[in-house]
Design a protein. Structure first.
Length: 114
């Protein structure tokens, strides 16, 4: 199933991440952390990077497919629940900007034809 990010919600628990269709609840993809266990911290940084941290192990998944892109064990930094942050706009902000740009272009085209 091919989805766009505005159609899914991500759920993390017990070393697993599941992408659900937000309209139907259908599982789009699921991923299980190969190391660590327990609480899952999630951060969607943009439309290509879903950062997942489980007990000090950090992964990057493709948010549309669940494919693991990279892994960093962060050796020596400890374990537990991670706090995640990234600089920049969220995917939702990108979608809002794109919608505003489309609306402005449509308004400009409409007024040009008047």
């Amino acid at each position: 199933m091919t989805v766009t990010l505005d159609q899914v919600v991500f759920v993390g628990f017990n070393k697993r991440v599941v992408a659900l269709d937000q309209n139907t609840g259908e599982v789009v993809w699921d991923w299980t952390c190969p190391t660590g266990s327990g609480y899952v911290s999630l951060l969607l940084t943009d439309d290509r990077h879903l950062i997942v941290s489980v007990s000090g192990y950090t992964y990057c998944l493709d948010p549309t497919t669940g494919e693991q892109m990279w892994f960093n064990e962060l050796k020596g930094y400890g374990v537990g629940v991670a706090s995640l942050a990234a600089w920049g706009m969220s995917s939702a902000s990108h979608l809002s900007i794109a919608a505003a740009e489309e609306a402005a272009a449509a308004a400009a085209a409409s007024s040009a034809g008047t």
